[in-house]
Design a protein around this ligand. Structure first.
Ligand SMILES: Cc1ncc(COP(=O)(O)O)c(C=O)c1O
Length: 425
């Protein structure tokens, strides 16, 4: 964002009668109905306290509902939720929801195509990016076509390889910079079907410079494709690689509205690729008409968000400020973390099994993220609101300094994470 316009960003929010003063974070937070009405806790459904929840689990046989005041910083969601412009757009579009009209999906496609000067046929819209990510992977790997990916990385990559019975090779991130080691990825297999790169990476939040991805695209064996997952792109300062799509390279790029746009539950996303690469999706699914069918309200919300020039810069700054404050606190308290995060997540090193810390934090009503086998003492933490991160700070110091950790068997709450993506089963 042009921060000279900071004042106008505040006006932008206050025009909607929410906030007139205070910092950028509180302005944006108050702009969201859930927060304005007294906090995210009130927006959550009523639920029993931790002890009662534990007992319920035994009775019902399943996992217990999470307490209403649980701090949820485990699933890389955006606590700000959809922006005011998206909520307005949903309201307007919903009234037209009795029709099969494509007004909003056309607007969504046009907004992004204009941004990247894409010719017709180079972008498809979907309910989220996880679905087209599977299609991009499935359609390029198989028993004789391996997948090369990073480690740690978003689990959908290797799970797709398991589904397709493809060999997969997990190449550790560079030990100093935590970027993808593209040279080692190229050396890992002579003729894979696909390379999968998440940038910024989930779970480390770290960046792989665009020039490294360009190098891989230009040096990889013919017949393979590079799949770049830009789910967290907007939080970073790195340039996108969508221009390589426009240049007809062997690359597929995924984008989602689940992260900076705060629409994880609303479901909207993009796949970018040469028309022949996108057409290959049809080899692993019935047809795009079915799986790419996005609701009129989601498309309206997405189009409105894309056409709002303030939204991304403002939210990027809110995230950056909260992340910086949290990392400064960790540093002051000698809690090590992976440096260089440019996303709404970071990893801390607990110096003991990460799963134990995750459970102990749950007992403090702070739900943090998962552990990846390659870094067994590290846990992923999502950037929440300043208030949520203050609770995280208090809890993590308490837990890491505790002489012993509580037994965790009863703390098996039903907390959705980003691998669930809004479906139940
Ligand atoms: C790296 C990455 N890719 C894709 C997704 C899928 O997100 P969605 O289907 O909500 O767009 C996620 C979800 O967190 C993610 O972390």
């Amino acid at each position: 964002m042009d921060l000279k316009n900071f004042a106008s960003a505040q006006q932008y929010f206050s025009r909607r009668s929410f906030v007139r003063s205070a910092g950028i974070a509180s302005a944006a937070i108050a702009a969201m109905p859930a927060f304005a009405s007294g906090g995210i806790q009130q927006a959550a459904p009523a639920a029993p306290d931790a002890a009662a929840a534990g007992r319920q689990r035994g009775a019902g046989g399943g996992r217990a509902a999470m307490p209403a005041d649980m701090v949820r910083i485990g699933s890389n969601e955006n606590p700000l939720g959809p922006s005011a412009v998206s909520l307005e757009a949903i309201n307007t579009a919903a009234k037209k929801g009795g029709r099969y009209d494509s007004e909003y999906s056309t607007a969504m496609t046009k907004a992004i195509s204009d941004q990247f000067q894409l010719k017709p046929g180079y972008v498809r819209i979907y309910p989220g990016s996880g679905g087209p990510l599977d299609l991009a992977l499935y359609s390029n790997i198989g028993p004789d076509k391996a997948l090369v990916l990073g480690d740690p990385s978003y689990e959908q990559g290797y799970r797709a390889a398991q589904t397709m019975k493809a060999k997969y090779i997990q190449v550790p991130l560079d030990k100093k910079t935590y970027k993808y080691d593209v040279k080692a990825m190229l050396a890992a297999h002579t003729n894979p079907g696909a390379y999968y790169i998440v940038n910024p990476n989930n779970p480390t939040g770290t960046i792989t410079p665009k020039e490294d991805i360009v190098w891989l695209v230009n040096n990889k064996p013919a017949g393979s494709v590079v799949i770049v997952d830009e789910a967290y792109h907007h939080f970073s300062n790195e340039e996108s690689v969508i221009d390589l799509v426009a240049a007809d390279k062997d690359i597929i790029v995924l984008r989602t509205f689940s992260k900076i746009y705060g629409m994880a539950g609303i479901r909207a996303g993009f796949a970018f690729g040469r028309p022949d690469l996108l057409a290959k999706f049809e080899t692993v699914t019935v047809n795009n008409r079915q799986i790419g069918s996005i609701s009129l309200t989601s498309a309206a919300a997405a189009a409105a968000a894309l056409n709002d020039p303030q939204l991304v810069p403002l939210r990027r700054k809110i995230n950056r400020d909260t992340l910086d404050n949290t990392l400064a606190f960790l540093q002051k308290n000698n809690i090590p973390f992976i440096p260089g995060a440019q996303a709404n997540m970071f990893m801390i090193d607990c110096k003991r099994p990460g799963g134990e810390i995750k459970n102990a934090m749950m007992a403090q009503k702070v739900a943090i993220g998962r552990v990846w086998p390659i870094y067994p003492t590290m846990v992923r933490v999502t950037v929440g609101t300043p208030d949520e991160m203050a609770k995280f700070n208090t809890a993590i110091v308490k837990v890491l300094n505790a002489p012993s950790l509580p037994a965790s068997a009863h703390l098996d709450y039903d907390i959705p994470n980003e691998l669930h993506r809004g479906y139940s089963a």
